[in-house]
Write a new protein. Structure first.
Length: 141
């Protein structure tokens, strides 16, 4: 049986893809008021597929986290919140908010980006250290 080689950077990338799938499930209410019931059902099916895709990519990322699988859910949720807010910014949902609200949002997104970068870096360096120890251990035997 082949083992999956851990790669935390690829794992985080898979979490980002999964979070993007979840962020695309959003349907603005104002734009769907005139839709027929068939369109609602089609959108529900597409949304369900995207929601499933989120967990498919979550699992792809989770198995590549090596010894640091415990960080998978945190990274996935951070990426979900981060990408969802970026989608909101692109769709200009925040344009009518006060300046303080936008500054708070920018600060929060900066903290989330820093958290993902720190978790990714920590997982990557920890994985390198684990590989070095395993290499040294196998050379001793």
């Amino acid at each position: 049986m082949d083992t999956i080689i851990s790669n935390p950077l690829l794992g985080v990338a898979m979490h980002a893809v999964g979070a993007t799938f979840a962020a695309t499930c959003y349907t603005p209410e104002r734009r769907v008021r005139g839709w027929s019931w068939q369109t609602y059902w089609i959108m529900a099916a597409i949304t369900g597929l995207f929601w499933y895709g989120q967990f498919f990519f979550y699992n792809l990322g989770h198995v590549r986290m090596g010894h640091y699988k415990f960080t998978s859910w945190a990274i996935h949720m951070i990426m979900l919140v981060l990408i969802s807010n970026v989608v909101g910014i692109v769709l200009r949902e925040w344009r009518l908010c006060r300046r303080l609200t936008r500054v708070t949002l920018a600060t929060a997104l900066t903290v989330l980006i820093a958290a993902v970068l720190l978790l990714t870096y920590g997982n990557y360096t920890g994985d390198l250290a684990t590989r070095d120890v395993q290499t040294e251990f196998s050379e001793v035997q």
